[in-house]
Design a protein around this ligand. Structure first.
Ligand code: ADP
Length: 634
């Protein structure tokens, strides 16, 4: 009924009615109040003296406070009359007439007593209770007779119609305002293609639209409910919610999405009271001020516990001892929360987040139109968030495709270069031999074979890499592999070049097998690549030590050398494809830059990892860790 406060037209109509009552029916004071959304009668028009106006205008009385008064009322048609003699001192602090002698020992039954109360409920044509017309101080000092009562009833009907029209107009105005706000929020959310921006950019306007004191907006992330994007309004209004609370709210939002509801709850002293009522209970549905003799017989009027918008269903009342509801209540109480609204943000089958709005206690409940608008806003946000997510995914995909494209062209140029160098050398030697068969010396053949081997190694490495990176390639075959044996084999394979280079290559003995599950060829390849590198990058007089060990759950292969070592910047990139050192001494040695990236990918496929400790010029230690096979004896 906001417009009643500000709308001069309605107020002047009500004032005219009040003045009409005062003059035509003959009362010094007539006041019209309307029923607010939070169930208070608020005085909107007063006819009477300046003092009466001053005293009454804007006064608010809770509907529930009138209960005891109305129990005593006599029904005069649609009027409710509470004769002073029915009141006791406790109800209104009334002083019995015998204490205040009025000089008339035989009291006139028709005389108006100062404590007499005459009111008329103001109703819509459909019977909804909208307000109250109260009169006091009859000019003739008498309780009204039948003719004046009828006149009063007629004015009450008029005031009822005026209030009804005002309410309709206010409702219509509210609907238009909400629809415009929903539309504007929709436009704002749809214009942005960034989830955080959508949330941040709408939270304040949502709070204003719903006349909420606090609003939280959240778009779930891919992980648990505490990830993703969130915003709240006012920004510094509350402590950050605990992950447990966010989890609970997220679950409630998902449930609400599944049932297509906007959840409403109220905070009372015991905790949060839930209410799944989506269909608000209107005043007509409530047996307020039942007509007929029941009032006169003193039946209680059921007004307690309800609000004009909705009422909590007893069955949905949450257990205050429930830790989740304790958590919610403890968080909301310091904010002075009264009513809580939770609208799931979602689209299609997916709940993507939530919109939670809180109105402070005493500010009234969310109206049915506001609840509806919140639901619509949340659905629109869901669509906007989905669009933003799709675009984000598209961007990532495009980025991935672009880097794949770069990778491919890098690969082609690197491979061409790596092939061209040895092939050019082979072609050169063959041309020499063709020109002069006498140049076919063992040294010349050795160069040709060395270069052929380089080409073969490169092709071999490329095929291995393809197998490891191909999404369609089968998962590693799982056999039980003895890592210690793989180390021994790798050492045996590199013994000849180690001896040739004058590098001391040793393997630390291990008492028994170290079993891991995985692809034998791939795991042997790990040992071969690491031992091969260690030998290759260690100068004459240096040493390479290979050892294996186990812990409770893992086995380790440690390859330690006293070779050239690796600079810190090089260490960063060591495991990427085609990376070769920047150290000129190491670069002079043949290599493809694929060995370590193959090692990394094989370990990834086997749930393992690799660590490197190295100092340039001092040597390197590569430590591989792999999960122990369950068949290994403890
Ligand atoms: P490459 O075929 O060049 O050996 P890798 O992928 O096996 O390719 O190794 C990448 C680079 O890492 C090598 O070029 C080398 O500079 C460096 N590297 C690898 N192992 C060692 C080591 N044990 N000592 C020094 N440098 C090493």
């Amino acid at each position: 009924m906001r417009r009643i406060n500000g709308g001069a037209d309605v107020e002047s109509v009500l004032l005219a009615v009040a003045e009409g009552v005062a003059q035509a029916v003959g009362f010094e004071v007539a006041a019209i109040s309307y029923l607010t959304r939070d169930l208070h009668f608020q005085v909107a028009a007063v006819a009477g003296s300046a003092e009466a106006r001053e005293l009454l205008l804007g006064a608010r009385v809770p509907l529930s406070a009138m209960e005891s008064e109305l129990e005593l009322a006599e029904q005069w048609g649609s009027l409710l009359f509470i004769p002073a003699e029915r009141l006791n001192g406790e109800v209104l602090g009334w002083i019995p007439p015998e204490v205040v002698p009025d000089g008339d020992s035989e009291p006139d039954p028709d005389r108006w007593r100062p404590e007499d109360t005459l009111r008329s409920p103001l109703r819509s044509p459909a019977g909804e209770l909208l307000g109250l017309l109260s009169v006091d101080l009859p000019v003739d000092g008498k309780r009204p007779d039948q003719a004046r009562r009828e006149l009063l009833e007629m004015y009450a009907d008029l005031a009822g119609v005026a209030l009804h029209n005002a309410r309709r107009a206010t409702e219509l105005e509210e609907q238009v305002r909400l629809a415009t706000a929903v539309e504007s929020l929709h436009g704002r959310a749809a214009r942005s293609l960034d989830v955080q921006q959508i949330i941040q950019g709408t939270v304040g306007e949502i709070a204003r639209t719903l006349s909420a004191d606090h609003v939280w907006l959240r778009a779930f992330g891919d992980g648990d409910s505490t990830t993703g994007h969130g915003a709240r309004w006012p920004n510094d209004s509350a402590q950050p919610a605990s992950p447990l609370l966010m989890e609970a709210v997220s679950r409630a939002a998902r449930n609400a999405w599944a049932t297509g509801d906007v959840a409403l709850a109220r905070l009372d002293e015991d905790g949060v009271v839930g209410a799944a009522e989506n269909e608000p209970v209107s005043l007509t549905d409530r047996a307020l001020f039942p007509a007929g003799p029941s009032l006169a017989s003193g039946e209680r009027i059921p007004v307690a516990g309800g609000a004009a918008g909705w009422v909590p269903r007893p069955s949905t009342r949450q257990d205050p001892a429930d830790p989740e509801h304790r958590l919610m209540a403890d968080y909301l109480r310091p904010l002075g929360a009264g009513t809580i609204l939770l609208a799931p943000v979602g689209t299609g089958p997916d709940c993507l987040g939530y919109l939670a709005a809180v109105r402070a206690a005493g500010s009234g409940d969310f109206s049915p139109h506001e609840v509806q608008a919140a639901g619509q806003i949340a659905r629109n946000l869901g669509q906007a968030i989905l669009n933003a997510r799709l675009l984000e995914r598209e961007r990532i995909l495009v980025g991935q495709l672009e880097s794949l494209d770069h990778y491919k062209s890098d690969l082609i140029s690197t491979v061409s270069h790596e092939l061209r160098t040895p092939l050019t050398s082979i072609a050169g030697h063959l041309e020499l031999i063709e020109d002069d068969p006498r140049s076919a010396t063992p040294a010349s053949f050795s160069v040709i074979f060395r270069n052929l081997e380089r080409v073969m190694t490169l092709i071999d490495d490329l095929l291995t890499l393809k197998k490891l990176t191909d999404a369609n390639s089968p998962a590693p075959t799982s056999t039980v592999v003895d890592l210690h044996q793989a180390a021994l084999d790798a050492v045996a394979a590199f013994r000849p070049p180690a001896e040739e280079q004058g590098v001391d290559l040793t393997v630390v003995p291990h008492g028994g097998p170290l079993l891991i599950s995985g692809d034998r060829d791939e795991l042997e390849r790990v040992a071969l690549n690491l031992v091969g590198n260690a030998v290759k990058y260690t100068r004459t007089g240096g040493s390479v030590t290979v050892s294996t060990e186990r812990t409770d759950r893992f086995v380790r292969l440690v390859v330690k050398d006293t070779g050239m070592g690796i600079s810190k910047p090089d260490q960063e990139e060591l495991f990427t494809e085609f990376f070769r050192t920047t150290n000129p001494d190491a670069l002079a040695l043949p290599g493809t830059g694929l060995g370590l990236s193959i090692v990394r990918r094989i370990l990834q496929r086997h749930g393992g990892s690799i660590r490197l400790e190295s100092e340039l010029g001092e040597g390197s230690t590569f430590t591989v860790r792999l999960p122990l096979s369950r068949t290994t004896p403890r």
